[in-house]
Design a protein around this ligand. Structure first.
Ligand SMILES: C[S@@+](CC[C@H](N)C(=O)[O-])C[C@H]1O[C@@H](n2cnc3c(N)ncnc32)[C@H](O)[C@@H]1O
Length: 283
C-alpha cells in the first residue's frame, strides 16, 4: 500500500503532499480538518484484533535488499553501536540531527520516497547515519525478524489520514503496529493533529502496559525545528503534539484483554470492548 498520501483523495496522493509542502513552506499550511472530535471509537477493537492476529502480508524483495544495505552499513561503521530508526524521515533532516545528537549510535532514516531522500541536505551525511528507501510496513517486520532492538524510534509527523474511515491507515491503527513492541526502545511520535497523538498515546499505552501522555510540544528555547514539516507547521501557527514511551521501562503487558487506558489529553478508551469496525482494512 502507499501511505505517502495527502489527506483528501487517494488518487491525488503525490500532488496533495507536494501542495501541502508548498503551502506550508510559505507558512500557510492548512489546519487538519476531520469529522473526528476525539480518538476513534474503533481503535481499541482494531488494535486488539491486530494484537491477536499476526500480520502476514508478504515482504517485497526491495525491502529485503534495503535491510541488507542497512545491516552492512551499520556493521561497517560499528556493529556494537545502538541503532536508532527515523521512520518516515522524509528529506532526512531529522536523521542528520539525530546522528549529531547521538554520535555513538547508528541512525537509519527510512522513507518510501526516493525523491525526498535525494533532496539536498543542509549538511553532509555523517558516518553514523544512512538514508534508505524502503516501505516501513515491511522494513519494521524485517528488523524485528533479525531480532534487532532499537535504542530509539522516531515517527515524526506521519501522514495523519484524518478521515474517519482511514483509521487503519494511521500507524497505530495499522496491522503492522504491534511490531513496534518487538522493536522496543524509546518511541517518539509528533504531529500537528492532537487527535492523532491522543490515539497514538492510547495505543502505545496498550502496547507498552504503561501510561503514555499526549502532550503539547514546543521547541526548547533557542531550539531549531527537527524536520521540514515541523518547521512549516510552526511557521503556519499550528500547535504541535507528541507522545513518548520507553519500551525498556515497560512492564510486559498481557496479550489478551486489557484495561481502559487514558492519556494526558483527557481521552480514554476501553480496550476490553471489541466493537464492529467501520474502518477500512488497508493493508
Ligand atoms: C508528512 S511526511 C513527514 C516527513 C518528515 N518526518 C518530516 O517531518 O518532515 C510523512 C513521510 O512518511 C513517508 N511514508 C509514509 N508511508 C510510508 C511507508 N509505508 N514507508 C516509508 N515511508 C513512508 C512519506 O514518504 C513521507 O515522507
Amino acid at each position: 500500500m502507499s501511505r505517502d498520501s495527502g489527506w483528501s483523495a487517494e488518487q491525488d496522493t503525490a500532488s496533495a503532499l507536494a501542495d501541502e509542502e508548498g503551502a506550508a513552506a510559505e507558512g500557510n499550511s492548512r489546519f487538519i480538518a476531520s469529522a473526528q472530535d476525539g480518538p476513534h471509537r474503533d481503535l481499541p477493537g482494531l488494535l486488539e484484533r491486530h494484537l491477536a492476529h499476526p500480520f502476514r502480508k508478504p515482504v517485497l524483495d526491495y525491502n529485503r535488499a534495503a535491510l541488507a544495505t542497512a545491516l552492512a552499513a551499520w556493521r561497517d561503521w560499528n556493529p556494537a553501536a545502538p541503532l536508532i530508526l527515523d521512520a518516515g524521515c522524509g528529506v532526512g533532516w531529522s536523521t542528520l540531527a539525530i546522528a549529531a545528537q547521538y554520535p555513538d549510535h547508528f541512525v537509519l532514516g527510512v522513507d518510501q520516497s526516493l525523491d525526498r531522500l535525494q533532496r539536498a541536505k543542509p549538511l553532509p551525511l555523517p558516518a553514523n547515519a544512512l538514508l534508505l528507501r524502503a516501505d516501513l510496513v515491511d522494513f519494521w517486520r524485517l528488523l524485528a525478524g533479525e531480532g534487532i532492538r532499537l535504542a530509539r524510534h522516531y515517527n515524526l509527523y506521519p501522514n495523519p489520514w484524518p478521515k474517519i474511515g482511514h483509521l487503519a491507515r494511521r500507524w497505530h491503527g495499522h496491522a503492522v503496529f504491534p511490531v513496534w513492541r518487538e522493536l522496543g526502545g524509546v518511541v517518539e511520535c509528533r504531529s500537528n493533529w492532537s487527535i492523532y497523538i491522543a490515539e497514538m498515546a492510547l495505543a502505545l499505552s496498550r502496547l507498552s502496559g504503561q501510561p503514555v501522555a499526549a502532550e503539547a510540544y514546543a521547541l526548547p528555547p533557542g531550539g531549531q525545528p527537527m524536520t521540514p514539516f515541523e518547521k512549516k507547521y510552526l511557521a503556519s501557527g499550528h500547535g504541535l503534539w507528541r507522545c513518548v514511551v520507553d519500551f525498556a521501562a515497560a512492564a510486559a503487558p498481557d496479550q489478551g484483554g486489557a484495561a481502559a487506558v487514558g492519556c494526558a489529553a483527557g481521552f480514554s478508551l476501553d480496550f476490553q470492548q471489541n466493537p464492529a469496525s467501520t474502518v477500512d482494512q488497508h493493508q
